[in-house]
Design a protein around this ligand. Sequence first.
Ligand SMILES: [Zn+2]
Length: 316
Amino acid sequence: MRDNDSSDRDPRNVRHDRGGFFLRPLGRTHFACIRDCFHAIRRKASPKVAKSVYRTHCMGTLSVSLVVIVAVIVVATATNARIAAEEDNPPRPSHDDPAVKRPAEQRKDESVQQRNKEMVLGKATVQSALIDRSRREILAGAQATAAASGKSVRQYSYCVSAKGEVGGAGVQQQFENVVFRTLNDARGWPRAGATFTYSADSGQCDFVVYLAQPSLMTSFSDNCSDKYSCRVGNDVIINEARWNGATERMLQAGMSLDRYRSMVINHEVGHRLGHLDNEHVCPGPQALAPLMQEQSIDLHGCAPNEWPTDSELWID
Ligand SMILES: [Zn+2]
């Protein structure tokens, strides 16, 4: 016992009793603590000495180690969360207008918080950028629907553009997101065998979807109106006033702005696929209106509808 007491006062151990280990490199202090504890146990130190060794060596080292471990866990967790957020909401891919990219990146933090949700900006609903993974999943769903439709499968490439003053990059981003989601929705034209991919190359598009300033609608064709949307050849032109305000008739009939947007995209793209206005009429009171019926002008007693009905599932 006396030998143990004297060896525990060995200068190699005593130097740790002064608390200086806090100032030494953590690794050396930690190993010194372990070594001293083992030495004390191996030499069968008295409970008093063992307690002293524990208090003077291990308590401090253990406390420092715990603080370091907790700090590492906190930093690692925060880093993982940041990386996950960046993966879920990367900067926008290339777009027709390079100016679109920078503002979208500036709104990245806000978009992360609103991922897969929507936020209201005035009357318009602004959706966060669709990440590549979401695009792949949406397109895969559309392709599965098209393959199961029993129709001949066709893949269309479309571009998105703006005509006139129709809002900033955020509005264009939202517009492009809604176009992609709507065209590839399993309730939509994929049931007729069609799928749609976005292209930034204007030379590779089967058609272009415009968001157009109302006063410029007639620049596409005299047959277009500044009140409604239009399709001219391979140009599908969505009237910005309708995009942001739908029509009173449709809103009063219970169709939300989001549903109206899907309706107007599907209707105008339906023209591009070969459909004509009012090729089918309202089948009866409160039945779903045919998609190609000019619902904004008159519902004829039908309920508003944004998806092609069974009788409209064909492509010219
Ligand atoms: Zn039409």
